[in-house]
Write a protein that binds this ligand. Structure first.
Ligand SMILES: Cc1cc2nc3c(=O)[nH]c(=O)nc-3n(C[C@H](O)[C@H](O)[C@H](O)COP(=O)(O)O)c2cc1C
Length: 156
């Protein structure tokens, strides 16, 4: 399976999670590429006035993993902007997020549902997403165990 991991990360946590996922997938002999989205302009919760300066071509991938931090109880706006007008027919898409608060209901669940809807609207088969909550958790261990679960979901 050829897998693209497309991540937006401002302070490195979601990028770290993406790297852990990639390592797990590579250990299971998947071909992966990790793309770290960069933006120009002012990006903040709800922002529209920014541009992704290095949007990757994902047309040749069977599966696309999309990762973002939770901002203001939802997805940071970069991944939804990346998905806009992307043809995702025939692709599996799996969203993943990191968040500061300890409870998924404080933005994680909504961020996953926003990304899932954007991907499904463009034709993707969307797999259940993954949420890492940082505060009061051993979130590095959680990233490793979530990475394992993501590999299992991709097998089906
Ligand atoms: C502008 C902003 C808004 C945030 N809003 C939330 C939030 O609503 N819920 C939450 O759990 N964490 C929130 N956080 C914390 C981030 O989701 C968390 O630190 C995340 O792991 C950062 O990911 P990154 O290091 O990949 O940028 C917010 C952070 C920022 C900068």
């Amino acid at each position: 399976m050829k897998i693209a991991i497309v991540v937006y990360s401002q302070t490195g946590s979601t990028r770290k999670f993406a790297e852990i996922i990639e390592k797990k997938l590579k250990s299971k002999k998947h071909a992966t590429d990790l793309f770290d989205l960069k933006v120009t302009g002012d990006v903040h919760p709800g922002a529209k006035n920014f541009k992704i300066s290095n949007s990757p071509d994902i047309s040749s991938y069977d599966t696309v993993l999309i990762g973002t931090p939770v901002w203001a109880f939802s997805s940071a706006p970069v991944i939804p902007a990346f998905l806009k007008n992307k043809d995702l027919k025939g692709k599996k898409v799996l969203p993943f997020v990191t968040m500061g608060f300890p409870f998924k209901v404080l933005g994680g669940t909504r961020a996953i549902s926003v990304m899932s809807k954007a991907a499904a609207d463009n034709g993707a088969e969307v797999l259940p997403g993954s949420i890492v909550t940082k505060l009061f958790h051993n979130y590095k261990a959680m990233m490793v165990s979530e990475g394992e679960k993501i590999c299992d979901r991709l097998k089906k």
